[in-house]
Design a protein around this ligand. Structure first.
Ligand SMILES: Nc1nc2c(c(=O)[nH]1)N[C@H]1C(S)=C(S)[C@@H](COP(=O)(O)O)O[C@H]1N2
Ligand SMILES: [Mo]
Length: 527
């Protein structure tokens, strides 16, 4: 008689086995990554690689479509692909160890991907490699104990007649796999996978408790910044953006966790003296607080990838002067702890504007997702060429020698922020009562300042809006305008004029490669 173990497991049991094997890879990988680097966990190693290799057009559309939730979308699609792959592994393992082979193959790809990420060591291979060993063991074990179709259905009444005592559903009498035994094993392997994943999270958190570190972080004292005044319009963007509502854009699937006690900043390259600073060194220097509007190049016309905050930090120009920038160095290449790089013209840092090594945002230490413990903020330049979060390295070099993360992917090397204006109220496709209707929004023309903002209803002449007080040329400006609205459907348009007299262009351009342009409009129904 054939031994039951030689018959193939049912498809559903095989799928369960495959998924649990994959979960084991992730769980064991997580626990090992906790002591190496959380970025080395299989899921994040692969996700990071996907982010780095997603075509810029897709990155751009992901940001457009999901806002700062692009990571959630990636997370969900990766999970979906993994589930399918895991099921396939289970099914292929039914008769021959093909599933194990596929699992090892996948793991090898993830290891290769992990080792391609910036700033990695060979250790990055360990979590996925050891996870795969555990995963194959789990797969084999589950495969051996999985009930086959024939086992599950093998108690037809006629045959069971002779064995009336045998409990139904326990399969054949004797030593073959049983459903109950398989269920118990599934629960065990599932608990093991979850347990290792949770342990990994916990150990990782204990080893680099950045939350506690941030809670203890002393913000440097500075002269206070002037208060901002607000135009009193309901629904208008606040002048200062609260930290929890500040837009977030970065390539980090997992927010880097860098304790201030582990942080160092190296300033090197074309300098007279290399600097290697820690927070004690910084604290001996003078800090300032500045109101600055940060803007993302991926912002669409009318979009909300811009925000204004009071940044506390150390003037970058002072640090560069201390290091002594050699003649010929025109590029400040900043690097984050997770390998992101941005290339900023040296001239933009040394021309007197408030370029900062920022450590505080709106009176608190930088939120972890906004770069704790230190980031760059350079007024007038889009974030991807200036605003490196979790910054650990500044290299003085030349544009003809070095590229940066997004410029290597085709985005412009020089990226001053383009003049923009936006209508916040009335909301898109709102219905408003006829009569006096307030129209309001924000506009920005960094470095030059906003001279005026104009509003147009349908094809009527442009009207001049009232402006909020100008905080500085590096911050946005609120505007509002009273509209005597007549019934019907109307198109509202806005445009800004900068201090040099240049009217914001109406030529529509997408964000790629150096920022969107065009007038924002809104269609409103008046009753
Ligand atoms: N380390 C790191 N820093 C980064 C990025 C990144 O992907 N990684 N993205 C940049 C971009 S494109 C922008 S617009 C700003 C956004 O800063 P915020 O998330 O604090 O708003 O961060 C910049 N700094
Ligand atoms: Mo950006």
């Amino acid at each position: 008689m054939k031994r039951p173990a030689e018959s193939a497991p049912s498809i559903s049991a095989a799928v369960v086995a495959g998924i649990l094997a994959a979960a084991t890879v992730l769980g064991v990988g997580q626990v090992i990554a906790a002591v190496i680097d959380p970025e080395a966990a299989p899921f994040f190693a692969l996700g990071g690689w996907v982010v780095d290799h997603t075509p810029h057009t897709l990155k751009d559309s992901a940001i457009r479509r999901f806002g700062s939730n692009d990571k959630l979308a990636l997370f969900l699609s990766m999970s979906g692909v993994m589930l399918v792959g895991a099921a396939l592994i289970g099914i292929l393992e039914r008769r021959r160890p093909l599933g194990s082979g596929l699992l090892v193959g996948f793991a090898a790809l993830v290891v290769v991907a992990a080792l391609q990420r910036p700033t990695v060591t060979l250790w990055f291979a360990a979590p996925t490699a050891l996870g795969a060993v555990a995963g194959v063991a789990a797969l084999r074990l589950l495969r051996r104990r999985a009930p086959s179709r024939s086992v599950v259905r093998s108690t037809p009444p006629e045959r069971a007649g002779a064995h009336r005592r045998a409990a139904p559903g326990t399969g054949q009498a004797g030593s073959g796999p049983t459903r109950r035994g398989f269920l118990a094993l599934t629960a065990g392997v599932g608990a093991f996978a979850l347990g290792t994943a949770a342990a990994g999270q916990w150990i990782g958190g204990r080893l680099r408790d950045v939350v506690a570190d941030r809670a203890r972080f002393p913000l440097p004292r500075t002269a206070p910044v002037a208060a901002a005044s607000e135009l009193p319009v309901r629904g208008l963007t606040e002048f200062v953006t609260p930290n929890d509502r500040f837009y977030r854009v970065d390539t980090a699937l997992r927010v880097p966790t860098l304790r201030s006690t582990d942080w160092r900043l190296r300033i090197h390259g074309m300098v007279d003296r290399e600097l290697d600073l820690d927070f004690d060194d910084l604290r001996a220097r003078t800090a300032v607080a500045r109101m600055i509007t940060l803007t993302c190049v991926s912002n669409e016309v009318g979009g909300d990838l811009a925000g204004t905050a009071i940044w506390t930090g150390y003037p970058l120009a002072d640090l560069l002067a201390e290091a002594g920038v050699r003649p010929g160095a025109d590029l400040l290449l900043s690097r984050s702890v997770d390998g992101f790089t941005a290339g900023t013209p040296v001239s933009a840092v040394t021309d007197g504007r408030d370029a900062l090594l920022a450590v505080g945002m709106n009176g608190s230490p930088l939120p972890i997702e906004h770069g704790y413990p230190a980031r760059l903020v350079v007024p007038g330049l889009y974030g991807y060429v200036s605003a490196t979060k979790w910054v650990v390295d500044l290299e003085l070099t030349r544009f003809d020698r070095a590229g940066a993360y997004w410029t290597d992917r085709g985005w412009a090397a020089l990226a001053p922020i383009k003049t923009a204006s936006r209508i916040d109220v009335p909301a898109a496709f709102a219905t408003v009562p006829a009569g006096r209707v307030v129209v309001a929004g924000v506009a920005w023309a960094q470095r030059l300042g906003i001279d005026r903002v104009e509003v147009q209803i349908d094809e009527n002449p442009w009207q001049q809006a009232e402006l909020g007080t100008e905080y500085s040329v590096d911050t946005w400006r609120q505007w509002s305008w009273w509209w005597d609205a007549a019934p019907g459907t109307h198109t509202l348009r806005v445009r800004a004029v900068d201090r040099a007299g240049a009217v914001q262009t109406d030529a529509r351009a997408r964000p790629f490669p150096d920022g969107s342009t065009g007038w924002h409009n809104r269609v409103v129904t008046v009753r």
